[in-house]
Design a protein around this ligand. Sequence first.
Ligand SMILES: *Cc1c(COP(=O)(O)O)cnc(C)c1O
Length: 460
Amino acid sequence: MKFLSTRGRAPQASFADVLLAGLAPDGGLYLPTAWPQLGAAEIAAFRGARYQDVAFAILSRFTEGSFSADELRADIEAAYADFDAKDIAPLVETAKDEYLLELFHGPTLAFKDIALQILGRLFARALAKRGGRATVVAATSGDTGSAAIAALGGLPNIQVFVMHPKGRVSDVQRLQMTTSPHANVHNIALEGTFDDAQSIVKDLFADTAFAQEVSLTAVNSINFARIAAQAVYYFTATAALGQPATFVVPTGNFGDIFAGEAASRMGLDVARLVIATNSNDIMARALNDGVYASGAAQPTISPSMDIQVASNFERALFEASGRDADWTAAAMSDFARDRKLVLPRAVIEALRDRYSAFAANDDETRAAIADTHARTGRIIDPHTGVALAAARKMGHGHAPVVILSTAHPAKFPDAVAQAIGSQPPVPARLSGLKNRTEKMEILPKELSLIRSFISSRLRG
Ligand SMILES: *Cc1c(COP(=O)(O)O)cnc(C)c1O
């Protein structure tokens, strides 16, 4: 399996190359040269199969040529051994034809673990084969950081730099990152927003001399390995229901929902993909008005989605344009310059064939959390709450509806308490967090300072 860049100016690459590089050298995002195809019979047979076996069936299509079947199987088994749900991503019914797909049963209690637990293992394996070291730089809106640290902390030959927007993640999210005991983990609290952090990561990559010198790599959802691993639960959920579903996805960087597009392009019958955003509604506006325009990110009670530039949208634009790399490259450079992109009619129509979008504000999110609690006794987190509120706005006629439940409510105790009057119980994985020592460096949003910080830590 070979991969190409959405901007068409990078050589084709293997899965291992894509995994270790993150971003393509032309600034584009990697996608397979052709989507692997799964037949209807194979997909139907996923019903009742172990999650790990479905993951192998899907991921092996991409990793072929880079990892052997035994290597992939071993890494998948190890990745999910520490999940606290036997099914890994259980589907629970909350109302007639309404389901939550629970993706938060991993070590850091958010869906990012599902992909990063595999990615970390494949990463270490690829690096061991190839020799040398890697410098991972991750921008996080809160959950990628801790999941990356849980997956990569303590591994040899890898240094991990995680930048979170200072004061804009929940206390639990911050503590999960800053109390890591591992010497290869370096936290930066950036005086800025997630978009500032993400744009610094892109600028570090654009500095090719620096990127090569330190073997820079990304584990954000710009890394295609994450998309591949996240496509798996669209298959398992559809197989469990035995019919195509409408998936409602709390969306920030557009990675999780693009994994749904990936599943559908691989042959899965998906009724609809619904983008749910909080009041940072750039994606809802792009789809509904045809103009992709970013403003300043506003803090909300669903901080992991406080994002104005959705990196993975580039992948969807590339596909919606009929894989037109020249158009995609021009569109992304216009957007970088103007912070605004008017989508051509054919592109917006192709997107609307697949996606719908609804935004929910904090009041609507709290109401969704409170209503679910009153009806079912279940406590959901604010990101899941955004998706539930979006699902209600969509109205009837879309059954069955599967809402991706992306985080455990205990990661956002204050937001949950605002909705239901009390904090969720603290699970074992989070107990004692408040008593550990925090380590982080507070830095202004200045590329040169971040670069020197990384260099000085690498020198040891
Ligand atoms: C990262 C995250 C999201 C958004 O996912 P994207 O892939 O960035 O769209 C939603 N909810 C939670 C809890 C997250 O951590």
